[in-house]
Write a protein that binds this ligand. Structure first.
Ligand SMILES: Nc1ncnc2c1ncn2[C@@H]1O[C@H](COP(=O)(O)OP(=O)(O)O)[C@@H](O)[C@H]1O
Ligand SMILES: [Mg+2]
Length: 275
């Protein structure tokens, strides 16, 4: 690998220090995310792993700029993030996009699928491209996720299966080409076979576009399969972080050890063919 490529890969894409989210006040107060520090690098797949209620989605929403940060600072591409006002937020969202657990909730169900993809081309400034060029781009994006564009035109989202919908979400990301993709439990509502396909498509997306992928999951086995680095989250705090190998093969925190013990088989033979 050339030195230049190395330095690009090592540059920080998104980082945070002391990032905190508190909901409510007084007796009703919930500290959902509690002074977390992180550094996600360009082209890296990072997993954030924790049980339900540990603060993963709250952190995702702060990273996406969907909710405010109570305390702490987030830096995007090396500079303190400034997303005050809708215009700046919209600009920021060119750089960071998300896919969620329930793909159907991310779409206007009355939009046909080609409209969903056309909107992505528009968002990337391609509104005035000739229609044939747009079809070419949509076809390529669908091919990337093993879908056939010709079969999807004129269909509505609810006519697809959960797995197909999630692949369509990845086709959107392929068209939008953000620097960062945040995937919050993207495989938890689909069957095991589609799950493996989705994971492989995320890996392919990173390999082909050098996108940074933040993968949020409660499943430490999936995290091991897909990530370069892992952050373990418990009660709003990062209790452990490091390379996937270091965290899983040599866990330090009691909580990490428990998560690993909860995964059947992972100890015995490291059989990941079932993820
Ligand atoms: N809008 C909200 N108002 C109050 N409490 C919230 C809100 N959103 C999340 N929480 C609380 O914050 C904690 C973390 O939740 P969440 O980020 O959804 O965890 P996870 O995604 O890891 O399951 C939970 O205790 C949850 O009840
Ligand atoms: Mg969640």
């Amino acid at each position: 690998m050339s030195e230049e490529k190395k330095s690009v890969q090592n540059s920080s894409c998104l980082s945070g220090s002391g990032v905190t989210k508190i909901f409510g006040m007084g007796k009703e107060k919930t500290v959902a995310v509690d002074h977390v520090d992180f550094q996600f690098r360009e082209g890296e797949i990072v997993s954030i792993v924790g049980e339900s209620g540990s603060g993963k989605t709250t952190l995702s929403k702060m990273l996406l700029g969907l909710i405010s940060v109570t305390e702490g600072e987030i830096c995007f591409q090396g500079k303190p993030r400034d997303i005050k006002g809708y215009r700046k937020k919209k600009e920021y969202w060119k750089g960071i996009q998300a896919i969620f657990q329930d793909p159907f909730s991310s779409f206007n169900v009355f939009y046909k699928i080609d409209q969903v993809l056309l909107d992505c081309i528009k968002m990337r400034g391609g509104a005035r491209l000739p229609y044939e060029k747009k079809v070419e781009m949509m076809t390529e994006a669908c091919r990337f996720v093993n879908l056939k564009f010709e079969e999807l035109t004129n269909k509505y989202p609810f006519e697809l299966s959960g797995g197909q919908m999630q692949r369509l979400m990845i086709a959107r990301i392929f068209l939008l080409k953000p620097a960062i993709l945040l995937a919050d439990e993207p495989t938890s509502m689909i069957d095991a076979c589609s799950r493996a396909t989705i994971l492989d498509m995320l890996l392919k997306l990173r390999d082909e576009t050098n996108m940074t992928i933040i993968f949020i999951t409660h499943d430490i086995g999936l995290a091991f399969y897909i990530s370069d680095s892992i952050y373990i989250m418990e009660h709003g705090k990062f209790v452990e972080s490091g390379t996937a190998e270091a965290v899983i093969l040599n866990p330090k925190a009691a909580y990490t050890k428990r998560l690993i013990n909860d995964v059947p088989k992972i100890h015995e033979e490291w059989d990941l063919s079932t993820v």
